[in-house]
Design a protein around this ligand. Sequence first.
Ligand SMILES: [Cu+2]
Length: 215
Amino acid sequence: MQHKKIRQGSVTVGTVMALGLQIADVQAEQAAFKAEEMPASHSGHDHKMMEGGCGGNMRMDMDGMVMYENKDELPKECEEISEDVNIEVRAGVKYSKDYPGTVFGFDQHQWTAKPCSRITVNFINDDDIRHQWMIHGLPRYMYPEGMFHLEVNGKKSISGTFIVPSSHYTYLVHCDIAQHMEKGMKAQLVVGEGRGNLPSIPGISAPAFRGQQVQ
Ligand SMILES: [Cu+2]
C-alpha cells in the first residue's frame, strides 16, 4: 500500500512536543486496549495490521485514534472526488433508548453518499467508555483489511476522512468492541444506490433469519 503524501499537515510543533511527552502513556494505553480487545474480537478480520504496526497509517492523540485515513488518494475508477460529505455522528448508551433490546447506539444508523465521495466523519462519544466508528468493505488495495476506523475513549471526539470507490454499495459501519454491535452499534453507509439493507440495523432492517450469517 502506498501513501503518496505524508499526512501531517495539521500537526504543529506544539502538538509534536506534547505527543512526545505523552507518547509513552498512549502506547501503554494502546497495549492495554489490545490486550482487552483481541480475545473478544469477532472473526471477520484478524487485526493483523494492528499487531504489525498499522501499516504506518494511524493517527493517534489523547482523544482517540484514526486508522487508515485517506484524504487524497483516488480509488481506481474515480477520476475525481465527486463531493465532500461531512458526517457528524454521536455514540452512546442514550441513543439505544428508542430501540428495544439494544444497549448501545449511534444517533444515526444510515448515511448516504455519491460514488467517489470524500467523507469526513466527526465522531463524538457521549459515554465514558470506548466506542468506535468502523467501516468495512472498502477496497483492500487502498485500505488494509478494507477498513477505515475511528476510535474515541471517553467523552471526546475525533475526525477522520476516507474516499469511497465508484461502485454502488452498502457498507457495514459498527463498533467492534465486544458486544457493542450486537447490542445496537450497527449502521450502514449507502453509496450511490447501495446494495440492499444490511440486517439488524436499528430502525432500518430486521434481524437476519436464523441460519443466515449475521455481519
Ligand atoms: Cu462501542
